[in-house]
Ligand binder design. Structure first.
Ligand SMILES: NC(=O)c1ccc[n+]([C@@H]2O[C@H](COP(=O)([O-])OP(=O)(O)OC[C@H]3O[C@@H](n4cnc5c(N)ncnc54)[C@H](OP(=O)(O)O)[C@@H]3O)[C@@H](O)[C@H]2O)c1
Length: 371
C-alpha cells in the first residue's frame, strides 16, 4: 500500500486505520497539519510522514505522487472540499470516512468532473455508510421494484472525540429525508417508529445520515429515511433543540460543547473496540403492490469496523486489476452489496423475503448468512 496517503492520520480513527494498514503489511504515508504529531506517528510505525494543512495553495502538489488519498480528518464539511479539489487536480483517487450527508451530496455533484479527471470519489468507507449502504443494495436486489427504503441504526461501543465534535457541528441543522428524488429539510427527530433490531420492537427516530444520498445512488430508490434507536426521552430532547431556537445561540453553545467534548471524550478503549457491536436494519417496500423485504446486518464495534472497512476499500481502489469506476461511488456501487460481509464479524439476516405470489401479505423467513 505504498501509494496511499492517509490524511488526519493521528486522530483517533486515523490511528486505528493506520494501525490496520500497517498490520496488513502496508506502508501508507501518514499526514496531517500538526508536524509533531505526524513525525511521532511516522517514527513509531516506521512509515513516511508529510505535514501540510488544507489551506495550502499547492495542495495538489502534495498529492500528485499518490494513487489514492484516504481522508480521516473530520468534521468533513471542513476538510473534504479542499482535498477533493486537490485530488481532482492531481488525478488521485479520494476516499474518506464521512457520514455527513452534505459532504456526500457535495461529492455526488462532483461526479462528472471526477470522471473527466479519471478519479474515483468514494466517501463513507467507515461504519457510515458501509453496512447500511450494502444492506440497502442487498434489499434492492430482493425487491428491485421497491420505491421506498427505510434504514435503522442501533450502535454501541463508545464515541470518539471527532464523532462527538462532528455531531455538535451539525446540531441545530435539523433533519433530512429523501422524497421522490429530492432531499427535504425536516425538523430534528421529525418522525418516530418502532424497529425490531433483533430483540423486539424499539423506539427509533429519524436522523440526518448520509444514506439519504448514498442509498439512492446505490439502489435508485428515491425515497429514503434513516432512523436511529433512541429512547423516547432522547427524542423529546432532540426536538427541543429546534424549539429552543438553537440557531440563534449556535456558535457560543457549539464552542462550549466542543470544549466539554475535548475534556471528556476519548474514544472507545481496546476492550470496547473488541466487544462493542451494532445492528443495521433495513426495509424496502413497493408502494403499488405493498410487497416488502426486511433484513438486518450485525457488525462489530463501529470504530473497529471502520478501520477494517476503510483499509479494505483503499486496498481495492489501489488494486489496478479491480477497475473501480471513476466518478462518485458508494461502497455498494464500487464493491457490491456483499462487501460488508467480507468484513470480520458481520452477519446478515433476511428477516422478511418478498413473496412472489399475488398475496403481498405472505412472506417467508430466511436464515442468517456471513462469510
Ligand atoms: N464513517 C464512520 O463511521 C466514522 C467512524 C469514525 C469517525 N468518523 C468521523 O471521522 C472524523 C474523525 O474522527 P476521530 O474520532 O478520528 O476524531 P479526532 O480524534 O478528533 O481526529 C480528527 C483528526 O482530523 C484532523 N482535522 C480536523 N479538522 C482538520 C482541518 N480543518 N484540517 C486538517 N486536519 C483536521 C485533526 O487534526 P488536528 O489534531 O491537527 O486538529 C485530527 O487528526 C469525525 O468527523 C468522525 O465523525 C466517521
Amino acid at each position: 500500500m505504498d501509494s496511499l496517503l492517509i490524511y488526519g492520520s493521528y486522530g483517533y480513527t486515523g490511528r486505528l486505520i493506520v494501525r490496520e494498514a500497517v498490520a496488513r503489511g502496508g506502508s501508507p504515508v501518514v499526514a496531517g497539519r500538526d508536524g509533531r504529531a505526524v513525525a511521532e506517528q511516522a517514527d513509531r510505525l516506521g512509515v513516511e510522514g508529510r505535514t501540510f494543512d488544507l489551506e495550502s495553495s499547492d495542495l495538489a502538489s502534495h498529492l500528485s505522487s499518490f494513487d489514492a488519498v484516504l481522508n480521516c480528518a473530520g468534521p468533513f464539511v471542513e476538510t473534504a472540499k479542499p482535498l477533493v479539489a486537490a485530488c481532482l487536480e492531481a488525478e488521485t483517487d479520494y476516499l474518506d470516512i464521512t457520514g455527513e450527508f452534505p459532504v456526500f451530496e457535495c461529492l455526488r455533484q462532483h461526479d462528472a468532473v471526477a470522471r473527466e479527471a479519471e478519479a474515483t470519489l468514494l466517501p463513507g468507507v467507515g461504519f457510515d455508510v458501509v453496512p447500511s449502504d450494502c444492506l440497502a443494495a442487498y434489499l434492492d436486489e430482493q425487491l428491485p421494484e421497491a420505491d421506498q427504503l427505510r434504514l435503522g441504526i442501533k450502535g454501541g461501543g463508545g464515541l470518539s472525540r471527532g464523532t462527538a465534535r462532528t455531531l455538535v457541528e451539525h446540531l441545530g441543522d435539523g433533519g433530512v429525508v429523501r422524497r421522490n428524488g429530492r432531499l427535504i429539510q425536516v425538523p430534528t427527530a421529525f418522525r418516530t417508529r418502532e424497529i425490531d433490531f433483533g430483540g423486539g420492537p424499539e423506539h427509533a427516530v429519524t436522523i440526518p445520515w448520509g444514506d439519504v444520498v448514498t442509498a439512492a445512488h446505490s439502489t435508485g430508490i428515491e425515497s429514503v429515511e434513516v432512523y436511529a434507536a433512541a429512547p423516547p426521552w432522547a427524542t423529546r430532547g432532540l426536538s427541543a433543540v429546534d424549539s429552543l431556537g438553537w440557531l440563534l445561540e449556535r456558535r457560543p453553545a457549539e464552542r462550549l460543547l466542543k470544549r466539554l467534548i475535548d475534556a471528556r471524550v476519548d474514544g472507545p478503549d481496546e476492550r470496547e473496540l473488541a466487544t462493542g457491536s451494532a445492528v443495521v436494519w433495513g426495509e424496502v417496500t413497493d408502494e403499488a403492490t405493498g410487497r416488502r423485504a426486511c433484513a438486518r446486518l450485525r457488525t462489530p464495534n463501529p470504530y473497529a469496523l471502520t478501520a477494517e472497512a476503510a483499509v479494505t476499500a483503499a486496498e481495492r481502489v489501489l488494486d489496478r486489476g479491480r477497475q473501480i469506476s471513476n466518478g462518485f461511488q458508494t461502497p455498494a456501487s464500487a464493491f457490491g452489496s456483499g462487501f460488508a460481509l467480507k468484513l470480520e464479524g458481520t452477519e446478515r439476516e433476511l428477516v422478511t423475503a418478498p413473496d412472489r405470489s399475488d398475496d403481498p401479505d405472505e412472506s417467508t423467513q430466511v436464515a442468517a448468512e456471513s462469510e
